[in-house]
Design a protein around this ligand. Structure first.
Ligand code: NAD
Ligand code: UFG
Length: 361
């Protein structure tokens, strides 16, 4: 019986589809391609040598979701689909509440109707708000600081209420820390629209010459070098965590939250240095004002996932940097093949090209 992957064309979803197919699962992908490209699905097939059904469907359309459940005997759902840009959520809160919460409720209604009650949900470390100490464990108080974070927190609450009402459900709430990196093939990865909000896509775009320099948001935090510290996790490790969570929901009847992080924190300047060392490409930067709402330090206590899911992150920071760069270098315009590469102005590319000639295949 197949696993339904909502948002499977997106960044984390596509990497999880690869791991699911490689592990022998049958999958069905549902995505409206609002923040992703159809090409990512072709690449998943290229990597795995497997094909799978794709439904271009909006979760806001309950009737269309139902059609997927009528046509397929679904075993469990991994629910990635949602909007995720914090700044945009502050400007367009109703869009975020409607898309993320109504979309999830529609999905849950149909799952309930067709008696599919195994669910793995993409939550976020954002539900811890400004943590008072680190490492952050699952028992920490929950507090969201923006509409995006509140959609995650509200969906967690909805799922807890659903479980209370019907203990036949089994639900894993996966609280991701900072996913970066890309599949080691360099053929799928994060493809942000416009100017990236997040650190690693910004670093790779500076490295390839699309952006002149990185703005480091503040260097006066209470951290070793004054810049913000985060728990960066390779997206393939994160994807594998979903397979472990799937096994868990298949064999239990509970709702549990799990932190998916490495348990290690790196500062912005450490990330810049790690990237430069791993790739040989310099990343010019300047320090600017802190970004409002940013915590100084955020990293996971990931021991619960280790204990209960038998999952730990395995890839190194070097792997994360190399794989992020391989994806960016091979796909300067992301999945959009029709655009002409814009990265050729960077004098360091020939050096990094050599790096990849020796690295790939
Ligand atoms: P993404 O934007 O790459 O993928 C999300 C996918 O969902 C996209 O392909 C998009 O088209 C689809 N989608 C959105 N709304 C939809 C709708 N109404 N109907 C159908 N499809 C819809 O994002 P991602 O980075 O892969 O994140 C996946 C999930 O993980 C999201 O729920 C996100 O909030 C969560 N998350 C991401 C991060 C991160 O840093 N990337 C951190 C914590 C949590
Ligand atoms: N940073 C910069 N310059 C940039 C971008 C980021 O200095 O151009 C810094 C930030 O200040 C922070 C660190 O790099 O110290 C990481 O920032 P990201 O934007 O990459 O990640 P965040 O931890 O701020 O946010 C991420 C996701 C959110 C999610 C949050 C908690 O983007 O969606 O993790 O899970 F809510």
């Amino acid at each position: 019986m197949p696993i339904l992957v909502t948002g499977g064309a997106g960044y984390i979803g596509s990497h999880t589809c690869v791991e699911l197919l490689n592990a022998g699962y049958e999958i069905i992908v549902l995505d409206n391609l609002l923040n992703s490209k159809r090409e990512s699905l072709n690449r998943i097939s290229e990597i795995t040598g497997k094909s799978f059904p794709f439904y271009k469907i909006n979760l806001l359309n309950e009737g269309e979701i139902e059609q997927v459940f009528i046509e397929n005997d679904i075993e469990a759902v991994i629910h990635f689909a949602g909007l995720k840009a914090v700044g945009e959520s502050v400007r367009l809160p109703l869009r975020y509440y409607h898309n993320n919460i109504t979309g999830t409720i529609n999905l849950l209604n149909i799952m309930k109707k067709y008696d599919v009650n195994r669910l793995v949900f993409s939550s976020s470390a954002t539900v811890y708000g400004m943590p008072e100490k680190v490492p952050i464990s699952e028992e920490f108080p929950l507090k969201a600081l923006n509409p995006y974070g509140r959609t995650k927190l509200m969906i967690e609450e909805i799922l807890k209420d659903l479980f209370e009402s019907d203990p036949n459900w089994s639900i894993a709430l996966l609280r991701y820390f900072n996913p970066i990196g890309a599949h080691e093939s360099g053929t799928i990865g994060e493809d942000p629209n416009g100017i990236p909000n997040n650190l690693m896509p910004f670093i790779t775009q500076v490295a390839i010459g699309k952006m002149p320099e990185l703005s480091v948001f503040g260097n006066d935090y209470q951290t070793a070098d004054g810049t913000g510290v985060r728990d960066y996790i390779h997206v393939t490790d994160l994807a594998k965590g979903h397979l472990k969570a799937l096994e868990k929901v298949a064999s239990s009847q509970e709702i549990e939250a799990y932190n998916l992080g490495t348990g290690k924190g790196y500062s912005v300047l450490e990330m810049v240095e790690a990237f430069e060392v791993a790739t040989g490409v310099p990343v010019p930067y300047k320090v600017v004002s802190p970004r409002p709402g940013d915590a100084a330090i955020c990293f996971a206590d990931a021991s619960k996932a280790k204990r209960e899911l038998q999952w730990t992150a395995e890839k190194s920071l070097r792997d994360m940097c190399e794989d992020s760069w391989r994806w960016q270098y091979n796909n300067p315009n992301g999945f959009d093949k029709n655009l002409i590469a814009t990265g050729t102005g960077n004098p360091h590319l020939s050096k990094s090209g050599d790096f990849f000639n020796t690295k790939i295949e």
